[in-house]
Design a protein. Structure first.
Length: 455
């Protein structure tokens, strides 16, 4: 077995400065600090890929150094202040650790890369003392054959990671930071974003978005899913199962339904999720916590940072005829997206105050996240029919009924669902996922001027 190396990539003459943390940095930092140390890596955002036919190591190192100049979030530390706040410190110089693993003659670079990636992703970040990024590279025959990027969620969200990967690829192919910066304009750096958030305009946006969130909280049902007693097999809380429905038929069907009703494909998936939520809950309405990337704001469209937020989606009469549900979902979703950029800690404090006053608030424990443009689903060549698998179980997540992610591959659309088994047992999860597929496929197959799926 070959010896692993730790390279220190020097960085200098970068932008520097200090200021208050952004809303996103503060929210993620606060969430991570409340976790046991062993759970903190769950908030890492990681990606890895084989490189074929390979890349010279000096090219990769030069591209990484330029990437640091392009995005301040990669060389930013977060430090608590004496007043109980959080500040960001952008370092103008330092070193980036690159974990290098040369493959031996009879070793598989892809296998080594997977092992290295899992190891790097399983380590927490000390965001006060170190930069929020680590890099792994496996070499063979003098070329980098596998790369791993692991970032703290305080530095980047899913959309930001996609932009980061695209920029690193372009830099490896010879683009300059200046060219990319011009292409990406406008793209606020975290210090610039914090400056906006503390401005009069930013404070107005924050207050307005939180007002709309709380308004919807007052309208929705306080509880959606009743608890199902679990067999007393252990004193430990039951782990949350993860189910993945993979449907080769869904991509085309979603496009067809979206075109028929003149809505986005995201609205079609959100509508089907809302409809199945209401049906399985025995309710006529649905409330969903929707992850919104917030890149529709011009100054944040190309930003690499923690920009995404949670929007509250409330749909009355979610069990109506499905075509109508799709159209109303699209209209309601626009308002949800418009009011998802706010100070999450300030909202949490407001919710705590209302709860203490006895105000009844909506159940917001159902989460929908459309990641089709961010995280590709694993490929499964040759699979032509819908499949349902149970790949993993997760540690319990307090306050969660379910989290549903939509993922896209070249061959299929996948729906990955993690749920509290006391609220949604495995048979109910199965009905939920197949129900989403059935609603969309039936609506897509209905005559354009005919009746669509009802309740």
């Amino acid at each position: 077995m070959t010896t692993r190396q730790l390279l220190e990539l020097a960085f200098s003459s970068g932008r520097t400065g200090t200021g208050p943390a952004t809303w996103g940095q503060r929210a993620i930092w606060d969430a991570v600090r409340r976790l046991p140390p062993a759970d903190a890596p769950r908030y890492n955002i990681a990606t890895a890929a084989p490189l074929d036919p390979g890349l010279p190591l000096p090219v990769l190192l030069a591209a990484l150094e330029r990437l640091l100049h392009l995005h301040d979030s990669l060389h930013t530390r977060l430090l608590p202040d004496e007043a109980g706040g959080l500040r960001q410190l952008v370092d103008g110089e330092g070193t980036l650790d690159v974990h290098l693993w040369p493959a031996g003659e009879h070793e598989d670079p892809a296998e080594l890369g997977t092992r290295l990636h899992e190891e790097l992703a399983a380590q927490p970040f000390d965001t006060a003392a170190q930069w929020p990024v680590r890099v792994g590279a496996v070499t063979a025959g003098g070329l980098v054959r596998h790369i791993s990027l692991v970032l703290s969620h305080t530095a980047v969200d899913g959309s930001g990671m996609s932009r980061l990967v695209a920029d690193l690829s372009a830099l490896c192919l010879g683009s300059s930071p200046e060219e990319l910066a011009e292409l990406r304009e406008p793209a606020q750096q975290p210090l610039e974003e914090a400056e906006f958030q503390t401005s009069e305009r930013g404070l107005r946006r924050d207050a307005g978005a939180r007002k709309q969130f709380v308004r919807k909280l007052r309208l929705g049902p306080p509880r959606l899913f009743p608890s199902h007693p679990l067999p007393p097999t252990t004193a430990e809380p039951a782990r949350f199962p993860n189910a993945v429905l993979r449907s080769p038929a869904l991509p085309r069907a979603v496009e067809r339904v979206a075109a028929r009703h003149r809505v986005s494909t995201g609205s079609v998936l959100l509508a089907a999720t809302a409809a199945m939520t209401a049906r399985l809950a025995g309710s006529t309405e649905a409330v969903l916590n929707v992850v919104v990337n917030n890149r529709f704001l011009p100054e944040l469209a190309n930003a690499v940072g923690v920009i995404a937020g949670d929007g509250l989606f409330h749909l009355p009469d979610a069990t109506a005829e499905f075509g109508e549900v799709v159209r109303r979902t699209h209209a309601a979703a626009i308002g949800t997206y418009r009011h998802a950029y706010y100070d999450r800690l300030a909202l949490a404090a407001e919710i705590d105050r209302l709860t203490a006053e006895g105000v009844q608030l909506a159940d917001r424990s159902c989460v929908f996240n459309d990641t089709r443009e961010l995280l590709p689903a694993p490929a499964a060549p040759g699979e032509e029919h819908t499949t349902l698998s149970w790949p993993v179980e997760f540690e319990p997540r307090p306050g969660l009924t379910y989290a549903l992610d939509a993922l896209q591959s070249a061959e299929a659309l996948s729906l990955a669902m993690t749920a509290d088994p006391a609220l949604l047992p495995r048979p109910a999860m199965e009905r939920f996922l197949y129900g989403i597929e059935e609603l969309i496929l039936t609506e897509a197959a209905a005559p354009a001027d005919g009746a669509a799926v009802g309740a």
